[in-house]
Design a protein around this ligand. Sequence first.
Ligand code: NAD
Length: 420
Amino acid sequence: MHSEEQKRLNPLDMVLAQIDKASRYLACDPNLIEKLKHAERSLMVSVPVMMDDGRLKVFKGFRVQHNTVRGPAKGGIRFHPDVDLDEVTALAAWMTWKCAVMNIPFGGAKGGVECNPKEMSIREIERLTRRFTAEILSFIGPEKDIPAPDVNTNAQIMAWMMDTYSMQIGHSVPGVVTGKPIEIGGSEGRSEATGRGVVFTILEAAKRMNLRLDGATAAIQGFGNVGASAAKHLCREGARITAVSTSKGGIYCDRGIDIQALQSYYKKNATLAGFEGYDVITNDELLHLPCDILVPAAMENSIHKDNAGGVRARIIAEGANGPVTPIADEILKDKGVFVIPDILANAGGVTVSYFEWVQDLQNYFWNEEEINEKLKMLMVSAFKKVVNIAEENKVDNRTAAQMLGIGRVVEATRVRGLYP
Ligand code: NAD
């Protein structure tokens, strides 16, 4: 059920409001800020696909490069019925700030196809992926723009993108996408990097709040790549996951959920329903559970004006991009919730994507221990920088993260100057 606020909320408006807010504190040249309000390039394509029943269906696809001042554009590909140009543009802008917060040499991009992969066969998804890749082929490349997985896309889909691109170019180009299988140049640790990174930031937040993760309780909304790996790594730290959910609803158990068993069950059945010994709950009930940590790891705007008041968690770690609306942000601030904003909390994915790209370019691969160590170092360092900015300027963590990210992009734009 969507509230009025959610229906009206265009993520691109959120982005523009966030730029205005952060730039007030940064006090930088308004001309530089103006440039950041616009995506550098947006490509909209038709993706004709022959469906299994012999019917031709034409899907709408998008790739937006928001900013490439600090390096090639980087960002995921989403397959979802709600994908549109404004959503993709907003997600691309958040990628620009995220890469800058982590201080990795990428700009921001995002792509997507308006489709419902849950109603498509695996072969239809492959044909869609390959044709979409062919349509955006001249736009992407290891030096230009590097896609990765996002909602409803995964390592297999990245493999098809990499193969399609390589077949057209005439040789294998592993660096054109990240989040691909290890066998074709993927990185150790990439599949769990986002969830692992979320937990690195939760550990830092917990330290500041004198909260021991061993014995703490957590609720996770979304049990996909990000949610499931965040749940797994929270368990490893000794936390009790009392609830998880998917788009179809969730399950609850005060004793704690066996995440490993649930993951195997979900993989086999593609639903949480029927997993024995747990109570069924709705997504809103999950958000209102008494718990120490809440990880929204599904879609934008899931915590909004009408349900933010009922949140009882002490820490919210945004596994998803844009899960908290601006009004909900204010409500959570008044309640004293420690929010770890998306462009920091879920930056582990793009960080290990960066490691993957570096390994592909040099054809030399690191082991998982090295990857996780480097990831931890960057996440902890970014967390500390953001929290220091928040304290020094008396702003919330989201504004602080935007200040760090936007500030770095502004500085790079200033030194490069305006072409021509
Ligand atoms: P995914 O497709 O693997 O999983 C999405 C999960 O969210 C699924 O369990 C789905 O059932 C659930 N979901 C969808 N709509 C929901 C709803 N309305 N209520 C509750 N659950 C719902 O996707 P993912 O890669 O895990 O991405 C999740 C979020 O994390 C997105 O916002 C994405 O942009 C962000 N993110 C992903 C990565 C990554 O590396 N995959 C990196 C950074 C950020």
